[in-house]
Design a protein around this ligand. Structure first.
Ligand code: SF4
Ligand code: SF4
Length: 139
């Protein structure tokens, strides 16, 4: 009899895990925690949960903690993590899926309001940064 413990999103019974896998198109359980994604992330120093930890927590269905994490909003979608992953997991897409889930759940309503930025901020912020932020917060 095969007594090997096989873990799959179906076995965890977590609709959250299945949902994140469906939205992102990624197989979370392929991650074996090598840490290369976090090692190359330019925003890691500003994150409360590192990219490899995000994947681990997603595997475990830690919905509440992940949707409250600052990291999912700190990610700048540079895709460095995607290019470094030896398992071809697109971590950035997983993080995007988490943002979408948080937005759909109504957990975030702080969409970027351009006119509420100071004139000084508007004059120095590159337009692409504002467009990126608006996309991130309204997907
Ligand atoms: S690089 Fe890939 S396999 Fe390694 S910890 Fe990150 S997601 Fe997991
Ligand atoms: S896409 Fe996000 S998580 Fe990945 S390396 Fe860039 S900032 Fe970090």
């Amino acid at each position: 009899m095969d007594t090997t413990l096989r873990i799959s999103s179906a076995r965890t019974g977590s609709s959250f895990v299945a949902s994140i896998e469906k939205i992102s198109g990624q197989k979370l359980l392929a991650c074996y925690q090598c840490g290369k994604c976090s090692a190359g992330c330019p925003m890691a120093a500003h994150m409360d949960v590192l990219p490899n930890q995000i994947i681990r927590m997603a595997q475990l269905g830690m919905q509440k903690q992940l949707l409250a994490a600052r990291s999912i909003w700190m990610c700048v979608s540079c895709l460095t993590c995607n290019s470094r992953c030896p398992k071809d997991i697109k971590i950035a897409e997983v993080i995007e899926a988490l943002r979408r889930t948080a937005l759909r759940a109504g957990q975030r309503d702080d969409h970027l309001k351009i006119m509420e930025l100071t004139p000084e901020a508007r004059s120095v912020l590159p337009p692409i940064a504002m467009i990126s932020a608006m996309r991130k917060l309204t997907s």
